[in-house]
Design a protein around this ligand. Structure first.
Ligand code: NAP
Length: 280
């Protein structure tokens, strides 16, 4: 049996149904790297021990998901400027000396997917102001969006997101609103759902058909189910739309590039991801 010299993985809770192992193991194979990408489902009490055991587990890099994207920051030796500005990491690279550096490839994944879809964001309405929304907002600022209007069920979270980024992107008009009606979707060209609404069968659709218009692109970060009620509404109205599977793919590709220093096969990772989605 070949001994695995390096290991990669994903920490979070829950992670059981994550698509990252199939996608990342396909990426590792495409690079000819004999290593395994595994899942680490951790309670908050297990988190400190996980970080103490990194060397023992031969981990060379790992992804971080809910609920540890912010908590992981405290364990790192350094962070990329984007991870610092977003205030969250989803990728941690372990160097040869065991030092940990955090990155945020969620924002890059979103950016890359929008580019692949040929969507140039100008005036944006965004639902949600949590960790994913902060990465999306950072990407939108980088892409020179002129307006981002945020609605979150927790209005203080929306206000905090606006104040977090207003100095980083002074030419982008950031605002927090208290209802979907106040988002002025009629005047926007991109609508992003960065909240978990749509993941569960009994989730409501937050929009009415009359909220949408043909100059709008609808992007839902949710990818399971592949078609949320929001995306079904956009489809029925013949409005361009996408789910978040492409963002998941590109953040994974970028993470693996951080881990290994080499560009994996996007096609191999995409195929594995699409196969994984069908099995969910
Ligand atoms: P999060 O940190 O929990 O943030 C979600 C935010 O949305 C919270 O502030 C939440 O408020 C708010 N919210 C919930 N219901 C709402 C509603 N009806 N209207 C307005 N706001 C509402 O979660 P996250 O990490 O940002 O993730 C958000 C979604 O993005 C998840 O579905 C996740 O799977 C997805 N995601 C996808 C990708 C990808 O690659 N495609 C990457 C990252 C995340 P409360 O906390 O008060 O409920």
């Amino acid at each position: 049996m070949t001994l695995l010299k390096k290991a990669y993985g994903l920490i979070g809770d829950p992670v059981k149904h994550s698509l990252s192992p199939c996608m990342q193991n396909a990426g590792l194979r495409s690079l000819g790297i004999k290593a395994k990408y595994s899942l680490f489902e951790l309670t908050p009490q297990q988190l400190p021990q996980f970080f103490r055991d990194i060397k023992k587990n031969k981990l060379r890099g790992f992804n971080v998901t809910i609920p540890y994207k912010e908590k992981a920051l405290a364990y790192l030796d350094s962070k990329s400027p984007a991870a610092r500005q977003i205030g969250a990491v989803n990728t941690v690279v372990v160097d040869a000396k065991g030092k940990l550096k955090g990155f945020n490839s969620d924002y890059q994944g979103f950016m890359q997917h929008l580019k692949a879809l040929k969507v140039k964001p100008h005036k944006v309405a965004m639902i949600g102001a949590g960790g994913a929304a902060r990465a999306v907002c950072f990407a939108l600022g980088k892409m020179k969006a002129s307006e981002v209007c945020v609605y979150d069920i927790d209005k203080y979270r929306a206000l905090a997101l606006v104040s977090q980024f207003k100095d980083t992107f002074p030419s982008c008009k950031l605002s927090a609103v208290y209802s979907i009606e106040d988002m002025d979707i009629a005047g926007k060209d991109l609508l992003v759902n960065a909240s978990p609404i749509g993941m569960r069968k009994d989730d409501p659709c937050l929009f009415k058909p009359t909220d949408l218009h043909d100059k709008l692109f609808v992007y839902d970060l949710v990818y399971n189910p592949a078609q949320t009620k929001l995306l079904a509404l956009a489809k029925a109205a013949q409005i361009k739309h996408s789910n978040g599977l492409g963002m998941l793919l590109y953040q994974g590709v970028i993470s693996l590039k951080y881990f290994t220093g080499r560009m994996p096969s996007v096609t191999a990772m995409q195929k594995a991801l699409e196969k994984g989605v069908k099995q969910l």
